[in-house]
Design a protein around this ligand. Structure first.
Ligand SMILES: [Zn+2]
Length: 300
């Protein structure tokens, strides 16, 4: 298991021990369980109905190919998790957020797809394309496992082309969210269910821990917007991930900052107050600092 585990089947097993982030003191830089027993009369919404095939040109090998993307406005948002993972009805759009050239393995989040410097093109050709085993180009949907592989390819590309911390962090964040969708969609009746849930959760955790590290670095060294999010959203996200990974001091500082801001909207305030409760609960356990030592509690 590891961030880049699974790339062996794409010919890139040699990349799985690459380091994600430079040291900070160096220079800054399953298939959804198809329910067969649905009544025949009810027309089923198919994943394909949400998707379109988009033409792309690869900036590394110059070949044309088609990639699957979610039609604008088609998927309905029904909520968000505490760490802002969006929940959609009928489809997991995260599966379609990576563009990957099926011929050479050049890949990135679709929002970052585009031109490469000469140097990056050379590096991707040498480190990625040379060993990449071409994959089937014309698919109607991606399975969770195919989608996870695409994120791993995007991450491998981001590492070899020395992308910004924010780009690497965002790949890790979305991959972590995707893995959560994957384990939530696994079939309880499958004999391997427990093993697969445990493995998928563990990989989710690994991606999100790396997302947190990258977001903290990016927040300190890059100009906003980070990953297309405003400062307040990034601060909230860092706080939420910090709570998950029990970095309560970091979380408390950010929650205090959010709650002290005049610009905070009511939705964000509610979310920040939930985090504050969580921090206070964790801190009130025996052996933790007393409540009144906490930097949270400066709301308004
Ligand atoms: Zn290519």
């Amino acid at each position: 298991m590891g961030l880049l585990s699974g790339l062996g089947k794409l010919g890139l097993g040699g990349l799985d021990s690459m380091k994600l982030y430079e040291d900070p003191d160096l220079e800054a830089e399953a298939e959804s369980a198809a329910q067969e027993e649905a009544e025949p009369e009810v027309p089923k919404v198919r994943e394909e109905d949400f998707l379109l095939k988009k033409s792309c040109k690869c900036p590394a090998c110059d070949r044309d190919f088609k990639t699957l993307a979610v039609r604008a406005g088609k998927a309905k948002l029904i909520g968000t998790d505490r760490d802002l993972r969006p929940q959609y009805d009928g489809i997991e759009p995260l599966k379609y957020d990576v563009t990957m050239c099926p011929y050479c393995g050049c890949a990135s989040l679709s929002r970052n797809w585009g031109s490469l410097t000469d140097n990056q093109r050379r590096t991707i050709k040498k480190e990625i394309a040379q060993n990449f085993r071409p994959v089937e180009a014309d698919k109607d949907t991606y399975t969770y496992d195919e989608a996870v592989n695409r994120y791993q390819m995007a991450l491998a590309n981001a590492i070899v082309k020395q992308a910004k911390n924010s780009e690497k962090a965002y790949i890790c964040l979305k991959a972590g969210w995707l893995l959560r969708s994957k384990w939530m969609s696994l079939d309880h009746s499958d004999p391997n269910y427990n093993v697969e849930v445990a493995e998928t959760m563990s990989l989710e955790r690994e991606f999100l821990e790396n997302a947190l590290e990258g977001l903290v670095n990016a927040r300190a060294t890059e100009n906003p917007p980070i990953c297309g999010m405003d400062d307040m959203t990034v601060d909230y996200l860092i706080a939420a991930l910090s709570v998950r990974f029990e970095k309560y001091d970091q979380a408390a500082r950010l929650v205090a900052k959010l709650l002290g801001s005049k610009a905070i909207n009511s939705r964000m305030k509610e979310k920040a107050l939930d985090l504050k409760d969580e921090i206070l609960k964790a801190r009130s356990k025996p052996g933790q600092p007393q409540l009144n030592e906490l930097p949270v509690g400066q709301a308004e």
